[in-house]
Ligand binder design. Sequence first.
Ligand code: FES
Ligand code: FES
Length: 169
Amino acid sequence: MQKDYSTKVRDKTAEIEFTVNGAKLKRKIPCSMLLLDLIRDELSLTGTKPGCNEGECGACTVLVNGFAVNSCLYPAVNIHGKKLTTIEGMLNGTKLDPVQEALIKYGAVQCGFCTSGMVMSIKSFQNICNNNKITPSRDEIKKSIEGNLCRCTGYVSIIEAIESLFTNI
Ligand code: FES
Ligand code: FES
């Protein structure tokens, strides 16, 4: 549903320039707009899911400059000059990202509501580990997804999928 930001911060707008999934964009947006609403309502990228809207469930997770943020808490104006990646940007041509392939291989997707946010959190964790040349322990893997709630899978298959990214099984 489109939000009426004009009643929150009257007439305050900002021009922002940013990259979304590789494409450069410019937008004039209300200063009070949240990134989740920019993504879904302005950019029509509805793969990013609204869940709790208070930073608890992780369904809204996207990457900013390669690292996970909860878009339901992130002011959209802060994306100015940055690189935003949503689940739609994880495709490489027609190829799924290895994170998505691993979740499928390990049967770690059921209803799918958490999945786009889960993929982005895992990708962020993979980026951190790769940047620091770390092979994470199982406990570190569990911790990496503590901000993403999944009501269906019981997490074991998700954890195994993440482990496979670091062990090439
Ligand atoms: S919708 Fe953002 S953390 Fe739940
Ligand atoms: S697969 Fe249903 S909430 Fe995670």
